[in-house]
Design a protein around this ligand. Sequence first.
Ligand code: SF4
Ligand code: SF4
Length: 358
Amino acid sequence: MNYHLVLTRRCNLNCIYCHGGEETGPDTELKYTIDELEHFLSKDPDFQLMLYGGEPLLRIPLVLELLDRFPDTRFMLQTNGLLLHQVPEDYLHRFHSILVSIDGRPEVTDFYRSEGVYDRVLANVQSLNSIGYKGDIVARMAVSEQTDIYRDVRHLLDLGGFKHVHWQLNVIWDAEGNWTNFDRWVKDSYKPGITALAREWVDAMEGGKVQGIVPFLPVTYSLLTGEPSRLRCGSGIDTFAIHVDGRVGVCPISPDWEFSIVGDIRYTEPAELKDIMQVDEPCPSCSEFAVCGGRCLFANKQRLWGQDGFRKVCDTVTHLTGALKVQLPRIRDLVKSGMVDMENFQYPEFNNGCEIIP
Ligand code: SF4
Ligand code: SF4
């Protein structure tokens, strides 16, 4: 199974759409020992570890200890990228994938994340490439009202330093204070941007290149093959979070929601966790379910945007899948002619923390 290890709840940023940076005090730090973690994991015959926070690189000695303690384990890292240069090179090569938070163009990234963040993050991504890092470097965008999805995704792809670009809509927490006019942004900016991105994505395939636009890849694979998908982030199915106090949750973002806590590394066996929670209606009866998978277990259970808001977010999902369906005949022809390979759409190789459905 896949475990997000929350290494600290603290963060060295305080981004507008997130309140993690404000967390302080002793409850933000690890309350279990690495021996206890090892004992729990020893009962799971096939696991990988995804380092998460807060900002996990605020705890570099702990990161190195984990990499040393589990030398044969696959590791993923989700980081804001500011401290990557402090991780010794030989340890960086141990990560299968590194997801780096960046929101797109400099003005958008710095607006949400803080002045100067864009330059510092890009410098660290460049050095990751310059040391010959062979793993997957994913630009992980939080998409909000300042985002122009077309321009920001294109910008990150054109930089060339990221193999993949993924985005998540800022629609988990309360809309209050986050959005001035979500409906208008979706209609005038997001939807046309997705349509254009999908069209140009397939234009590029005509030259033999399948660009690493994460949400498009596995959705297209599902559309091409008809293979149904379950919740793509894996939460509650085969992907769990180990919170700083040792409790096991279905999702890394929700340690404070009782419904999401399903065990404790000191008392729970990994086998008891598998398939412990599924999405509720309206997802299983939705016509998009086989492709969408239910988008987000947390949003499905908690609905902080209410019923109406939940439906508005679903409308963005059906627009994205619809934009890809329009392009499907062209993609089928390109696969048939051998210009692109079906394997190009099989992403991710292993769950790397990209939720897939924005
Ligand atoms: S589109 Fe909405 S209702 Fe349908 S499966 Fe996805 S999240 Fe559930
Ligand atoms: S998509 Fe939702 S349930 Fe899945 S990891 Fe993200 S917040 Fe958690």
